[in-house]
Each structure stands twice: as structure tokens, then as C-alpha cells.
Design a protein around this ligand. Structure first.
Ligand code: APR
Length: 351
């Protein structure tokens, strides 16, 4: 791993920081799902090549609901046939290690993160697993009816129309996805929650997105302006990689999600809590142990014996000696408090 990337990830791990992973179509590319804007990024239905921007609109749905559904049923079939890959699984591992210090924001409607086992997921463009009433009659979100396997040439029939009728008002059901001519909201797409998570993250890890949509770009900009770590995993240049390259705490990890995410996760995700309980004599030993990654340091012997001498004043003096030594060590490494201690305090340490 590039030393600069390793150093950024080490800092986040040592500080027990929070991580927001933001994913796009690129993470599912290695599961065989075409991206949107890559050279293969169009979806053929019937005799026509449709660009997503053409089909994925409310306007098109209002005009040709049957044709839009035909396109989605084919797309959803491609998603159902795909299986989560090493990139999806790496993010599950990260969630297992970080717990509530981890949030996943995905633009993908393919459900692969959910199927891989991710739990804290904000699906900001919706999820193919659900449908809702196109007239917003109050039905809420329901499971997408199972309509069998569809290929690009499967026609849309009157029977399909029946299955895709709202059980409450009889109108059309629609896919639970955000269309290009619609706005983000909290109720359907958890937009506010995603922005809040971006405002609290110590690392924003962007994976496989071209930065063509609004809310994801805002998340990248929040990371940039807050000067928190910003890592973009993508084989191509894109607006996130540009932000990362302009940021003093950014890095463009050029490569595929499956190749890079497992080692990134190993570097940033704690395997376990490290408690150091041996050989601590001075405050500087505590600072060194924290810098090497300990989350807790147990202090015995010298300080403990010291607290047993001279009554209350003796105990206070033993503790003061230790805290003065720590303060001095903070000064030597340019830190104001424990949260600013990390691997960077070791001069010349690059990995
Ligand atoms: N690993 C990582 N990134 C990859 C990989 C890979 N194996 N393969 C491709 N990529 C990158 C591409 O370089 C590109 O930057 O994934 C990105 C895919 O970009 P898009 O096709 O534009 O997909 P995305 O950014 O997710 O699109 C955003 O636009 O069409 C709408 O709503 C749709 O959610 C979608 C949104």
C-alpha cells in the first residue's frame, strides 16, 4: 500500500475515527452489473439502446409506464442474478469492526450491499427490492412482486400491468428509485441522514462513482472543507479524485474496488481493542504506546507504589509526576491532547 494512504488510514484507526463509505456503480461492476457512464453503460431493451438518463425519469414514467417498467424489470433481473463481490464483503467486515462508527451511503439500487450483509446502509437512490404507489396514495413501501426472470426482449403484458397495480388505489406501482427529474428527500432516500453522517465522519471513503449526482458530490465537498481524510477508490480520474488530490488529507487510490478495498479495510478497521499492560514506567511510555495503536494503557508498579507513600499528598505527587511527563511528551510531538496522538508522532515513520 502507498505509504501516504497507509499513514492517512493509520491516523483514522489510531483516533478510533468514524468512517463513511460512499459507493456507486463501480463497486458492482465486478459483480457483472454495467455502470451508467462507462463505455458499456447503456441498457438495451427490445430493439433500442436506452441511456439511463432517458428512461429513469418521472416524465418518461408518466408517458410510458409500461416501457419504463419493462426496462426496470430487465435491470432488476440483472441485479438479482449478480452476487456480492470482495468489495461489498470488505465493507461488511469494516462495519463489523467499527460498529456504529461506520455508515454506508450507496447510490446503488442493486441491493448487493444488503445481500452481502451490510446493515447501516442509506440507499440514497432507492432500492430495487421495493415498490411504492406512483400516485403516493399512502400505500408506503412494499416488496417488489416476484415477476420471474426477464431478459431485454421480454414484452410487458396486461398480466404484468395487473401485478404492478397499487393494492390501495389501483393506480400504477413504481420502482422505489430516485429518478433524474426528482429531488432527494429524507423520507424515501435518507438524504438528511447521509449529510449528517458526512458532517461527523473522520474518513470519507468514496468507491466507484463518477460524481455525476448532487448529494454524493456534497458529501465529497463536506469532507474536503472539513479537512478530514478523503480517499477515492476508482481506476479513473473523476471529480472525487480531483477533490482528494487537492486536499492535504486526500488520496486517489487508483484501482478496482475488489483489488483495493480489502487492504484498505485491514488498515483502517480495528481488529480488536489493544490494551497495553506491561513495562509502563513514565508518561512518555504511555504516549509511545498510544502512538503505536493502543487504545488503553494500564499503569502499575512505579506509579502505584508511589501513590502508597506519603498519604494523600504522596498519591497526588505520584500522579502529577506521570501527568507532567505526559504533558512534556505531548509538547515534544506537537500534540495538545491524547486524541492528537497517532503513528505520525514517530519521525520518519511512513508505513
Ligand atoms: N472499481 C471501482 N470503480 C470502478 C470500477 C471498479 N471495478 N469500475 C468502474 N469504476 C468507476 C468508473 O471509473 C466510474 O467513475 O465507477 C464509476 C461509475 O460511474 P457511473 O457509471 O457514473 O455510476 P455512478 O457514479 O454510480 O452513477 C451515479 O447516476 O445514473 C445515475 O442514479 C444513477 O446511482 C446512479 C448515479
Amino acid at each position: 500500500m502507498e505509504p501516504r494512504l497507509k499513514a492517512l488510514l493509520d491516523e483514522v484507526r489510531a483516533a478510533r475515527g468514524t468512517v463513511l463509505a460512499l459507493t456507486g456503480a463501480g463497486i458492482s461492476a465486478e459483480s457483472g452489473i454495467p455502470t451508467f457512464r462507462g463505455s458499456e453503460g447503456y441498457w438495451v431493451v427490445g430493439s433500442r439502446n436506452y441511456m439511463p438518463q432517458e428512461m429513469a425519469t418521472k416524465e418518461m414514467f408518466d408517458r410510458r409506464p409500461d416501457e419504463v417498467w419493462r426496462w426496470y424489470l430487465y435491470r432488476f433481473g440483472v441485479c438479482k442474478d449478480a452476487a456480492p463481490n470482495a468489495g461489498h464483503r470488505a465493507l461488511v467486515t469494516l462495519e463489523e469492526r467499527l460498529g456504529d462508527r461506520f455508515t454506508l451511503v450507496t447510490q446503488n439500487i442493486d441491493g448487493l450491499h444488503r445481500r452481502a450483509g451490510s446493515k447501516r446502509v442509506f440507499a440514497i437512490h432507492g432500492d430495487a427490492a421495493w415498490v411504492r404507489c406512483a400516485a403516493e396514495c399512502g400505500l408506503g413501501r412494499v416488496d417488489q412482486p416476484d415477476m420471474g426472470r426477464r431478459d431485454a426482449a421480454t414484452p410487458f403484458t396486461a398480466a404484468d400491468r395487473k401485478v404492478l397495480s397499487c393494492p390501495r388505489c389501483g393506480g400504477w406501482l413504481r420502482p422505489h428509485v430516485l429518478w433524474f427529474d426528482e429531488c432527494y428527500d429524507e423520507e424515501n432516500y435518507a438524504a438528511d441522514s447521509a449529510l449528517r453522517a458526512a458532517g461527523a465522519a473522520d474518513l470519507v471513503l468514496v468507491v466507484g462513482t463518477s460524481g455525476a449526482t448532487n448529494l454524493p458530490m456534497q458529501i465529497g465537498e463536506i469532507a474536503f472543507f472539513r479537512r478530514v481524510a478523503l480517499v477515492d477508490v476508482n481506476p479513473e480520474e473523476n471529480p472525487f479524485s480531483e477533490l482528494a488530490e487537492r486536499s492535504p488529507r486526500g488520496f486517489h487510490a487508483r484501482g478496482s474496488a475488489c483489488a483495493l478495498l480489502p487492504e484498505i479495510v485491514e488498515a483502517v478497521g480495528d481488529r480488536c481493542t489493544v490494551i497495553l499492560d506491561s513495562g509502563i514506567r513514565r508518561g512518555s511510555d504511555i504516549v509511545k504506546a498510544l502512538g503505536l495503536g493502543a487504545q488503553m494503557v494500564l499503569v502499575g508498579r512505579a506509579t502505584l507504589y508511589g501513590t502508597a507513600c506519603g498519604g494523600q499528598a504522596g498519591a497526588a505527587r505520584a500522579i502529577k509526576i506521570l501527568s507532567d511527563e505526559m504533558e512534556r511528551s505531548f509538547g515534544y510531538v506537537g500534540a495538545r491532547n491524547v486524541s492528537e496522538i497517532g503513528p505520525h508522532i514517530f519521525a520518519g515513520r511512513s508505513a
